[in-house]
Design a protein around this ligand. Structure first.
Ligand code: MN
Length: 235
């Protein structure tokens, strides 16, 4: 049976990101996120660093905020945090990708911020609050342009920083990631058929903290340029 191409309500637009050096854009399918991937950040959260298994969650692709955009202050929190992270963009995928083939599936890299409702108004004891509500909400994924591997190579070291209103708040190096990018791709692909258009947010270093409306955040990774977003008023 042929499937109709017309819809009974407006169809959502394909979310996409600009690609440096190209007029064509990168279509975003899914956003996979890795948690607790730098020892110093795990410790500042009061946890114990471990290589037992990575924390994995997703954000909706339409939570992306473009470079230069506004991140409205989200509802039901009074502790809205930034987490600067490496973004990995895939050009191909599949199940069970071996670690030594993982890099061949990467289209490019960028800079992203995993915006987080660290505390929900309803649940004072943060750690037990549902991750879905803390992590996966509208405007929670500011992302930079994508820098193709063909131009910048693979990024597994390099300074990663975030400033708020010009003051440095996070300052680390990609080489401190507990789970390296090939391990992340190999692990994700055991559970999900990765696809072209998937992006991965690879976890944040230490120094996370709150922002309020009016703050300007600038994230940067050596060799991958800047990502600038402003915090807007409560939605
Ligand atoms: Mn994160």
């Amino acid at each position: 049976m042929e499937i109709s191409k017309s819809y009974v309500v407006p169809a959502p637009e394909q979310v996409s990101l600009p690609v440096v050096g190209s007029a064509a854009r990168f279509p975003v399918r899914r956003i996979y996120c890795i948690g607790k991937n730098y020892v110093a950040h795990v410790l500042e959260m009061g946890g114990e660093a471990s290589r037992d298994f990575p924390i994995i969650f997703q954000k909706p692709s339409d939570s992306i905020v473009q470079n230069g955009g506004i991140v409205p202050y989200p509802p039901r929190t009074d502790d809205f945090h930034f987490e600067i992270e490496l973004m990995v963009a895939l050009k191909s995928g599949g199940y069970n990708i071996p670690e030594d083939e993982a890099l061949s599936h990467i289209f490019g890299y960028g800079v992203c911020i995993d915006m987080t409702r660290r505390r929900l108004l309803e649940t004072e004891s943060g750690p037990n609050a549902p991750w879905e509500l803390k992590k996966s909400f509208d405007h929670s994924a500011p992302c930079s342009e994508i820098y193709p591997v063909s131009q910048v190579g693979h990024r597994d070291t390099g300074r990663i920083t975030l400033t708020v209103d010009g003051e440095i708040r996070q300052d680390s190096d990609l080489e401190l990631m507990i789970w390296k990018t090939p391990e992340i791709i190999a692990t994700l692909s055991k559970y999900y058929a990765l696809q072209p258009g998937d992006i991965i947010m690879a976890g944040t270093p230490d120094g996370v903290g709150p922002v309020v409306p009016g703050n300007t955040m600038v994230g940067a990774i050596e060799g991958l340029g800047d990502l600038t977003v402003q915090v807007g008023e409560l939605v």
